[in-house]
Ligand binder design. Sequence first.
Ligand code: G3H
Ligand code: 13P
Ligand code: ZN
Length: 311
Amino acid sequence: MPLVTSTEMFRKAYEGGYAIGAFNVNNMEIIQGITEAAKEENAPLILQVSSGARKYANHTYLMKLVEAAEIETGLPICLHLDHGDTFELCKSCIDGGFTSVMIDGSHLSFEENIKLTKQVVEYAHAHGVVVEGELGRLAGIEDDVNVSDEDALFTDPDQVEEFVGRTGVDSLAIAIGTSHGAYKFKPGQKPQLRFDILEEIGKRLPNFPIVLHGASSVIPKYVEMINANGGKMPDAIGIPEDMLRKAASMAVCKINIDSDLRLAMTGTIREYFAKHPDHFDPRQYLKPARENIKELVRHKIRNVLGCSGKA
Ligand code: G3H
Ligand code: 13P
Ligand code: ZN
């Protein structure tokens, strides 16, 4: 099956009250681990590539690896640009075979965000590609914002209809308290998401797919595996899985996961070297890393996203 857009996936996910996993990919082992899990679970799948991943692995290598995964699994896979920041980058991915792009104008003014997003939508739609826009800003704890600043970063439900109407985006990423990376909350802070904002956005945009970035749970098992084997990760706190399940049952149709994959891969490799300090064949340590990525993605599909059997 050729690469697909996310249109049909999101329509079914919205109706079914589940979400599609959008997993970041950077190399062959990550692509293999994710796609093998999705195949065994018969789950729809979004593979996403950041501009950093594209610089690291090269566009053509990533395209060919994803095509190989497609041939091997026969699954409907959507290939998505994560956090595109310019029209030129989005155009290059559209011209180069991606079926979905994100234009992230969330740091711009409302009007500038609309202008840039609309420009990408016009080009993408003319080429059969779908577009994710973003409204509101994801904050990290390192931003050290106070409570009133935080409110200003969350997506304003009063703006969403106008943004979607004027840009023509196919999905919308929103800020309700998630953030990128492994340190999403201050030590001792209770993880909280603004479900009231999500609910209000769902009312303003009926049947419209919402995207949640920064949605890794920072699974303690892998942080412990890193720290038990020479790592030094302080108080990493992610989004609790029950909150992600709740979001998936609401308007959220796409849940972005990268940090959990990184932690699983790094924890596994650290543990491997602690047990086998004399080994130096990359296949020996990348094999269990790939296995644990597969295990992690299977867990997400079954127990968090709810998209098992929905391909
Ligand atoms: O949201 C960002 C993703 O986790 C990708 O991260 O830019 O380091 O590839 P990256
Ligand atoms: P995490 O860092 O929580 O995995 O978020 C990934 C993401 O949002 C990619 O766009
Ligand atoms: Zn993101």
